[in-house]
Design a protein around this ligand. Structure first.
Ligand code: NAD
Length: 277
């Protein structure tokens, strides 16, 4: 099965394409990805490339209905501006609905925005609503004060930052875990980690494929980013091999709690997101 089923029955492709830092010169890579099997695109208003994504989808010739499109509302648009931000994303993406709309960070007014997302969902404009970078306390707040359980929480997750505790909590609540930065945002040390390298060699795979496979076997969806067709292809070929229980256990020992600067527990970073665009 190449998709997870979200708590409202919507199907989320297990592997998607993260497009942070995709620029107009990467249009061909995007079209290539769509024409070669990618069915989930993860963008955000903050990436300033929604127009590019809309254009590439059109040019790819793939039906909009066959593509799962995720975008996010940025911190400076939380509160009263959320509905307008959503309409702007729709226009830029050249579509009349979004498959998954996320609150990008739990910055000030996220709860007010959550209630707007619930309304947009009820109006049929969003198939599933969720959040990103939410810690347990933020999820609890939404569960207490909202009426819809978030379908997804998209958080930084990789073998050096495994998110075991919140993963277990989300599973219990029926919130699908999606890993951003599944390669530690191109962490060279992780790509050449001796444990991952040995496991990869045993399967005739790359360490990148092992990292993605490890996530999938934990029931975590992934959205790796690449603009290189060879790597794009590799990152999608993670369904025809399986890591053993021993290999999964071995990878779990690699935890280093190695989070980047952009972590929600970094209060300064969280505060700052409201002022950068
Ligand atoms: P990533 O972990 O996907 O790493 C991407 C980098 O890994 C590439 O730039 C490339 O250098 C390398 N790479 C990719 N495939 C490879 C392969 N097969 N072999 C070797 N190297 C390879 O980092 P990311 O882009 O930060 O995260 C993925 C996506 O997650 C983003 O594009 C974005 O869509 C999303 N994201 C979301 C948030 C959020 O706050 N919600 C934050 C960051 C990223």
């Amino acid at each position: 099965m190449d998709h997870f089923i979200l708590n409202n029955g919507v199907e989320l492709p297990k592997v998607g394409l993260g497009v942070y830092k995709f620029k107009p010169e990467h249009e061909d890579a995007l079209i290539w990805a769509l024409q070669n099997g990618y069915r989930h695109i993860d963008t955000a208003s903050f990436y300033h490339n929604e127009e590019l994504i809309g254009r590439a989808i059109r040019k790819s010739g793939v039906n909009r209905a066959d593509i799962f499109l995720t975008t996010k509302v940025w911190s400076s648009d939380l509160g009263k501006r959320t509905r307008q931000a959503f309409e702007t994303s729709l226009r830029k993406l050249q579509t009349d609905y979004i498959d998954l709309y996320l609150i990008h960070w739990p910055a000030t007014h996220y709860l007010e925005s959550w209630l707007t997302l619930e309304k947009l969902h009820r109006e049929g404009k969003i198939r599933a609503i969720g959040v990103a970078n939410f810690e347990r306390k933020h999820l609890e707040d939404v569960l207490t004060n909202g009426t819809i359980v978030p379908a997804v929480n998209q958080i930084q997750t990789n073998p050096y930052y495994q998110q075991e505790e919140i993963h277990a909590y989300m599973q219990k609540q029926g919130i699908q875990h999606v890993a951003w930065g599944p390669f530690g945002q191109g962490n060279k040390q992780m790509f050449s980690d001796p444990v991952l390298t040995e496991i990869a060699q045993g399967h005739g795979r790359t360490t990148a494929q092992v990292m993605l496979r490890w996530s999938l076997q934990r029931d975590i969806a992934v959205i790796p980013k690449s603009v290189n067709p060879e790597r794009l292809k590799q990152n999608l070929e993670v369904f025809n091999f399986e890591l053993s229980r021993e290999e999964m256990n071995l990878i779990s020992t690699l935890e280093r709690n190695q989070k980047g600067f952009n972590d929600p527990s970094n209060k300064f970073m969280l505060w700052m997101t409201r002022f950068i665009r």
